[in-house]
Design a protein around this ligand. Structure first.
Ligand code: UDX
Length: 460
């Protein structure tokens, strides 16, 4: 698509500072760069990606602001931190974009288009002020966004959004999901819920944004994507799975990947290892960690476990396992601080994934045909769990308090029993479906983007 060495219009990408948001934004950047666009990443100083060698073709510009109090760590003050970061970054982004626009004018080039994460909702006001086109990139599934449209309706019927539902009843307007699959914010008091409701309204208001991009596929969420297209007045593009479409995109890990686990996996039998990782934000208390460890040890299955710094609330130390546990685990467990997850999931030794079900982990796992144990914590993770366990039926949900006997049972169900084998077969089928869809849509995607979009290209 690149026209005789000339780059298309410049794109400025503004990611949210969490690992699960940075990864897909860089993948999108890689895909669009391969189509001839030049890419600038405007990122926060906090969690500033170490970019020197990974993306030589991108320009990385830090938003110089005081963000020390604005960490995105999933704590109760999360909404306050988001709004701090949004007010702190507004002026620096405006200044940076003004400079870019002036430079483009001098060079008689078109002004840039902005692609932003909705958590950085201030961007749309800046883009509007500078009369620049902007596109929203949502890193969670389309159904998560749809649920925000549906929640006010069910609120009228007396339900409170973000609370923990148990009901298996289907949610009107969100089939095939059930009330229990709706997003939940744990331990929320009324003040936090109110702040979050305001935040949702703010993030949901797409304002003058020209289009929305999802890291998803029709073959996963056809109904939600179609419904959203009706509700939002702008074109919706589902381009996924991005980590497969942009294989050259190395992840920029905020923590160093420990590759010794791949050497360890190489020595294990096919489908014998359960991979355990709760992503970059979720955390457990010490008691829950001990229950996880004993459940894994007692299951007698081999496991690779990511014990990242910050996983255990209130403990910075990584030496959290007792001597008894270490003896009981023996050679069966490999524990690392951070793993090359995509490579781990593609490894033939991995037969299951115990996950918090962030959207990236979800699509990375199903793209490799790995069945899952689902232990969602907050936000979109419940929706993803609903899809995995109830709709695609490639996962077992681990419900209730974390207890070693239940954990042991669930691991054995997934790794050793017929039920797990059937899930592995369905996961293999889903992998194939995604691959075929992806292959077929890569042929039609460019054509559709040109057609739908000439709209898309005109926007940029
Ligand atoms: C967050 C939210 O928690 C999630 O619900 C939302 O969908 C995206 O933002 P996170 O918790 O980090 O993300 O989970 P996830 O979406 O799964 O992203 C984690 C990323 O880190 C994945 O791309 C995964 O490959 C990577 N990862 C994780 C590693 O590379 N190594 C690890 O050891 C663990």
């Amino acid at each position: 698509m690149e026209i005789q060495g000339h780059r298309r219009r410049g794109l400025v990408l503004v990611p949210w500072l969490m690992q699960g948001h940075i990864n897909p934004m860089l993948q999108l950047g890689t895909i669009l760069h391969s189509k001839g666009f030049s890419i600038t990443i405007a990122h926060t100083q906090l969690n500033s990606p170490d970019t020197c060698s990974s993306y030589p073709d991108f320009v990385f510009l830090p938003l110089l602001s005081d963000v020390s109090s604005s960490q995105g760590n999933g704590s109760d003050d999360f909404s306050g931190q988001i709004s701090n970061l949004n007010s702190n970054c507004k002026a620096p982004l405006q200044e940076l974009l003004t400079q870019i626009v002036l430079k483009k004018q001098e060079q008689h080039e078109e002004p840039p288009c902005i692609i932003y994460d909705p958590m950085m909702y201030y961007v749309k006001a800046v883009a509007h002020h500078l009369k620049l086109p902007s596109i929203l990139f949502r890193t969670s599934c389309a159904t998560n966004m749809l649920s925000w449209y549906v929640c006010p309706g069910i609120q009228k019927e007396g339900y409170t959004p973000f609370q923990d539902f148990k009901s298996l009843e289907l949610v009107p307007g969100l089939h095939p999901l059930r009330f229990k699959d709706l997003p939940v914010i744990p331990n929320s008091d009324v003040k936090i819920l109110d702040a979050l409701r305001q935040l949702v309204t703010c993030v949901q208001n797409i304002g003058t944004t020209s289009a929305i991009i999802f890291n998803s596929m029709d073959c996963l969420e056809q109904s939600s994507l179609a419904q959203l297209q009706q509700k939002c007045q702008v074109p919706i593009f589902s381009i996924g799975p991005m980590h497969k479409l942009a294989p050259a995109a190395s992840s920029i890990s905020l923590l160093e990947e420990d590759r010794s686990c791949i050497t360890w996996l190489d020595k294990q039998a096919p489908n014998s290892v359960i991979y355990v990782s709760l992503g970059s934000v979720a955390s457990v208390n010490e008691k829950e960690l001990a229950e996880m460890a004993w459940g894994l040890a007692n299951s007698k299955q081999s496991f690779l476990w990511v014990l990242r710094p910050g996983l255990v609330r209130g403990s910075e130390s990584m030496d959290v396992l007792s001597d008894d546990l270490k003896i009981s685990i023996g050679e069966r467990g490999c524990i690392v601080k951070w793993a090359p997850q995509k490579e781990v999931l593609a490894h033939s030794a991995v037969g299951g994934f115990w996950s918090h079900c962030g959207w990236n982990s979800t699509i990375e796992s199903i793209s490799e045909g790995v069945p899952m144990i689902c232990r969602p914590f907050f936000g979109d993770q419940k929706i993803n769990t609903g899809y995995l366990s109830h709709v695609w039926r490639v996962g077992i949900e681990l419900e209730n308090d974390l207890e070693r006997e239940e954990i042991e049972r669930v691991i054995r169900r997934l790794m050793l029993e017929n039920e797990g084998e059937e899930m592995r077969q369905r996961a293999a089928d889903l992998k194939l479906k995604i691959k075929l869809f992806s292959k077929q849509s890569s042929k039609t995607r460019d054509r559709d983007l040109e057609k739908q979009g000439d709209r898309f290209h005109r926007l940029m």
